[in-house]
Design a protein around this ligand. Sequence first.
Ligand code: CP
Ligand code: NVA
Length: 306
Amino acid sequence: MRHLLTLRDVSAAEVQRIFSITEDLKTKHSQGLRQALLPGRVLALVFEKQSLRTRVSFEAGMAHLGGSSLMLGEDAGFGKRESIADFVRVLSQMVDVIVVRSKRHATVDEFARHSACPIINGLTDLAHPCQALADLYTLREHFGKLEGLHVAWVGDGNNVARSFAEACGHLGVRLTVCTPKGYELDPDFVHEANQHYPLLRLTTTYDPRAAVRGVAAVYTDVWTSMGQETEREQRKHDFANYQINRELMALAPRDAVFLHCLPAHRGEEVTDEVIDSPLSLVVPQAANRMHVQKGILVWLLAAKAG
Ligand code: CP
Ligand code: NVA
């Protein structure tokens, strides 16, 4: 049984395979074609946190592929009305694939342990693999290739940063991660990633001005993730010098693009001027969530059938 809990669950060749399915489906989509590759298949979304992009991209993508989906929120009572194990043992008898967005990464691990169908991580405190695949797909689409690209992550060493680092490790994209002190990527994660991904070229710095020099893209995320709201004022203080604004982007090459997984807290991690600039890829990046999600679903369910 294959799952996608982190990008450690796929090989570089499988990422390329997902991208090639995505590219084919995206081209057909732009021609108005919807290829029903998953007729009759059912996707369940089990979400403990809010979502626009992840939820809608999976639901719309599944509809395009001829399948259907159902959203299970609080009222399904998972982990409260019955144990997670019982919940997923039963749910996975009735559906073909489950996307989970959970507060704790341990929850998606528990889902995977008890599930009779593939589990996809739709964001946890530790990882956002579907986002990172869409990010790299977007960079490849914009630049025509990934070889030789250098990206700066400026912000929190959070769930999105970790998965983005793993995606870069798979595909050999050079990455500089720039955070304030106290918000670095977890050192154990970095150590293990360096061992697992031979192509990973990860450097870290506390200096955003140095981080963006010479890069093809600058990527950031919110300073305060879902669930960290009580830390917001402290984080605004700690990240104050890490805002992506015109002055910082002026230190990057003139054609450097801006990435953000969204939702953005405008005026905190990024100014309107940058996120709304012609070199901001945030809308195609979000749109690619749906195309890549379709690639993941076809790859995963075809792998299951095989
Ligand atoms: N980027 C992302 O995962 O967005 P949502 O939280 O809206 O799903
Ligand atoms: N780091 C953010 C990403 C949201 C898509 C969060 O976890 O809230």
